[in-house]
Design a protein around this ligand. Sequence first.
Ligand code: MG
Length: 301
Amino acid sequence: MSELKRVQGGLLGLACGDALGAPLEGRTPAAIARRYPDPAALVADPPGEVLRYTDDTEMALGVAEALRARGREARAEDYARRYVANLNVDRGYGRGALMALAALDQGMPPAEAARCYFPDGSFGNGAAMRVAPVGLAFAGDPEALELHVARSSAPTHAHAHAVEGARLIAHAVAYALTHGPFEPDAFRAFVASRVREPAFGARLDDVFAGRGLATGVAALESVPTALALAARYAESYAQGVGHAVLLGGDCDTIAAMAGAILGAAHGLDAIPPAWRGRLERGPRGHGYLLQAAEHLVGANA
Ligand SMILES: [Mg+2]
């Protein structure tokens, strides 16, 4: 499979997970199970004629655009500019993100803007949900990957947990891109080898052992859950993303993160046509996402 197909799978995989989860965000698994008992039901009858993505994909496009424009020279200010320019308040941003983006828009430096709502920085999953393009662009260069995780996170997320979540998702996406369909145990070992924050190591031990898939917006909850689903359903994009959606809670973001990993592993054609075919069209929809992926291949030059 070509690298392009995998990069497209990563970006479209993120967007489809986000858009599928969005209508079910905040519900309980039991409520969702009444209409969707399993991932096959989500393939047979997606929630909506048009699947509209949310802040996760909109911000991931901002990351991809900063990389397209500036390549490895992209700085925190370049990422910030894209996030602000792309902001569409109908896409379900959290309150802290909106405050940070407003501050950035008024010229506040990224490091300050990221602390204007939460003085210790947000420990939410907002940096992790959008980071996949960094993993796709720098899959062969862990040093550049780390640098651009930090720079792309900085404008909105200063808390160590938020950045750790983004690091782990970016590394997982890079691993998926370079290893293709991966062995669950090898993937779990790789992820564990990248952990820096002890709290994440403990959480990953739990979820990798099948204990407690948390669905809150905290990076420490939702990131390990997405990684655990990517491992458990390593053989199938639709199963992994479907199970992420069925969890409810912050399921658009969990499905976006698992979708980026499994999409990069299996490529564009592994995304069910019933999902990709309904992904929103329009100037920043399906076609634009494919194009953004094309520009990511080679953004690392
Ligand atoms: Mg969202």
